[in-house]
Design a protein around this ligand. Sequence first.
Ligand SMILES: [Zn+2]
Length: 464
Amino acid sequence: MAKAKTVYACTECGAQYPKWAGKCEACGAWNTLAEEVVAAAPTSKRTAARAAGGIAGTTVSLGRVTTADTPRWHTGLDEFDFVLGGGIVPGSMVLVGGEPGIGKSTLLLQVAARLEAAGQPTLYVSGEESALQVRLRADRLAEDASAVSLLTETSLETILATAAQPMAGGQVKCLIVDSIQTVHTELLEGAPGNVGQVRECAARLMRFAKDTSTTVFVIGHVTKGGGIAGPKTLEHIVDTVLYFEGDGTLDHRVLRATKNRFGSVDEIGVFRMVGTGLIPVENPSALFLGDRSAVASGSAVCALMEGTRPVLVEVQALAAKAGFGTPQRVANGIDSRRLALLLAVLDKRGGFSCAQLDVFCNIVGGMRVQEPSVDLAIVAALASSVVDKPLPAQAIFLGELGLGGEVRPVSQVERRLAEAAKLGMTKAFLSDRAIPRRAPGDMQLVGVRTLTDVLQRTVGKDAS
Ligand SMILES: [Zn+2]
């Protein structure tokens, strides 16, 4: 294919240059120039007419727009279907991101096998692994992937041309690209994986998905910073973004929808990684909570709302005598600035000083928590560790903490409490303004107003 005309455009200010440069002269930003295709002169009559002044489109009155829901495809991997908002939407484009080795290829190969078995011809494009490597991976799966069509290719033009052709099972209904960083278009000179290439390839795959009603799954690797390598615009282009969270060394994986045009965001699906692939976990709370029969100090439980469903997580804190120098603050699964703030509140309003202590705080199971409802559990765990006195094992802590040490109510209390009761929790500490009229089961609800209230009832008042 002939090289299209390209320019280098600054992703910050849009200034264009004929050649790549390290710095944008217009706005002064560094490393912001990305290669872009310059649209060719319109050739067909229709595009020429549009360019000349436009041709009228067809309108429809809103009332006549049919709401006929296109039926979704179900893979039978329940957690996967759930995260997508109830199955795969035909013609949508889904980006699956995560660190290398976390299970993205395995999951999508399972999806490919299941779709193929359900009569949706699927093309799996591997730009990273040889056909034999993919075959060996497929052999380990519980699913039978032998009917899935495989293409080892990195040229976008070849991939699109292949996907447009009928496969053995019929017209391709689902295209899986592993990974977007290895694919390149011949229109651009840049190496695969650079900003211009990733953006252009993603945009063309998206167009292909919409034009042909083919569902496109794209795997994207995540950088150290946690974002998908390539431009942020990649996430804007696609319909749905799913992120694999969690520690590669643990045997479970959390798949989170951070964007979804066809469902609610922040839904999570939990899987267990076993020899035969990823297996949906039916009861995530039980997995994250583990055995609560013998609980050490520094452990507290909170019920989070992950999307539309409640999940119980354990917060662990350890406050230990610091060596010399500045005491360490290590936060896993929560924002370190949030931890610093909570330590200050605990010191000033609760009377538990950690100034001379190393503090480690961890959400068990590799979950990442953004909700402030976990505040109360964190400070309770910290205080418990400082005095080395365990908190009540079957209690949950629900509440956001204000700077004045006041405990604020959290949303959807009933659902959180119901989940906690289901998992054998018998006591809940929460804002006295948020106590529901009826407690689930025989759960004891303890209304509290301030941090001091909670600490008095759990680890004793003053320990410093
Ligand atoms: Zn610029």
